[in-house]
Design a protein around this ligand. Structure first.
Ligand code: ZN
Length: 100
């Protein structure tokens, strides 16, 4: 089973029905190399359905958090969120934006 560490995430603001933000794209890195890949959210969701595992890891504590498919309660779009474990520094929202 493929495991992907998410190292960057770009968010996008959605304006309807209320202003809120979603993850738009992410960059993953394979632990054993520096090879990076840019993914759209749809590509990540497809890979998850095929059994891929996406996670973030805190640089401070080393805690990992899984990413989950999540239906936004505001606009009903399928999107991504990090598992709500209460550890702020491995949240998707705390990653740097994608460079690409
Ligand atoms: Zn939404």
């Amino acid at each position: 089973m493929a495991h992907y560490r998410v190292v960057a995430a770009t968010h996008q603001t959605i304006h309807a029905p209320l202003p809120h933000s979603h993850v738009l794209k992410v960059v993953t890195q394979i632990d054993s190399s520096n090879e990076e890949r840019l993914w759209s959210v749809d590509e990540v969701l497809d890979a998850m359905r095929d059994g891929g595992v996406f996670y973030t890891r805190s640089g401070i504590t080393g805690y990992t958090t899984l990413l989950l498919e999540w239906e936004c309660p505001d606009c009903k779009q399928l999107c991504l969120r990090s598992f709500p474990d209460g550890v702020w520094e491995n949240d998707l929202g705390n990653l740097p934006p994608c460079e690409q």
